[in-house]
Design a protein around this ligand. Structure first.
Ligand code: 5GP
Ligand code: MG
Ligand code: MG
Length: 204
């Protein structure tokens, strides 16, 4: 997609090299995902947003599920949860995942159907560790919706239940995905330019 045809905040004008997925296409795909999720749901869902990168996808997905709840036969009561996941990679994937809710708060998930909403699966290591951790709270079921799935040789083979788009092995930003906390305020999913990498690099 040519950059000239799309609205990009002027402060990022030189910082993206291409638009990988325009905002309108993201929204269309989310409408479809919401329908699939509602069709697959037998009862109430606990939808759990993985912050920060998942927040925009979460917000738009929840909106679309709410619309399904008013027009389709199936209606799925929702409760909304937010977790922040920290994974320690050290380049070797021996890390642990810590989640920001206390174990006590997570006890409410016992026998519930969870839907985890994540921005992107890259190696898959974070999600595999998160899913392992969640088993401690004895949910009835856990499904995962990830907006993006990176096609990378570094993948551990994990594939989420719902995927918005499979994307090439590039670092992407926008639609709440960040580079050093920047670019979350960009609607399209974009590939960052060399100028952008330099401009928002953390310099010691
Ligand atoms: P994984 O454990 O699957 O390798 O990576 C999980 C996390 O790394 C994602 O949830 C995301 O926060 C971050 N990440 C991986 N690839 C990208 C990318 O292309 N762009 C951005 N902004 N974050 C990424
Ligand atoms: Mg994430
Ligand atoms: Mg990030």
């Amino acid at each position: 997609y040519s950059l000239d045809h799309f609205v990009i905040p002027s402060h990022y004008q030189k910082d993206v090299s291409s638009i990988l997925i325009p905002h309108g296409i993201i929204m269309d795909r989310i409408e479809k995902l919401a329908k699939l999720i509602v069709e697959d749901s037998k009862g109430p869902l606990v939808i759990c947003c993985v912050l920060k990168g998942g927040h925009q996808f979460f917000a738009d997905l929840v909106n679309e599920i709410k619309k399904c709840n008013t027009v389709l036969g199936q209606s799925v009561p929702l409760s909304l949860e937010f977790i922040k996941v920290r994974s320690y990679h050290n380049d070797v994937s021996t890390g642990t995942v810590t989640i920001s809710l206390t174990d006590e708060e997570c006890q409410d998930w016992k026998n519930k159907n969870l839907l985890i909403v994540e921005d992107i699966i890259d190696t898959g290591n974070t999600m595999v560790k998160l899913l392992h951790k969640l088993q401690e709270f004895q949910p009835a079921s856990v499904r995962v919706a990830s907006l993006l799935l990176k096609k990378t040789p570094k993948s551990n083979g994990y594939v989420p239940n719902y995927v918005g788009f499979a994307i090439p092995d590039e670092f992407v930003v926008g639609y709440a995905l960040d580079y050093n906390e920047y670019f979350r305020d960009l609607d399209h999913i974009c590939i960052i330019s060399e100028h952008g990498k330099e401009a928002y690099a953390i310099k010691n």
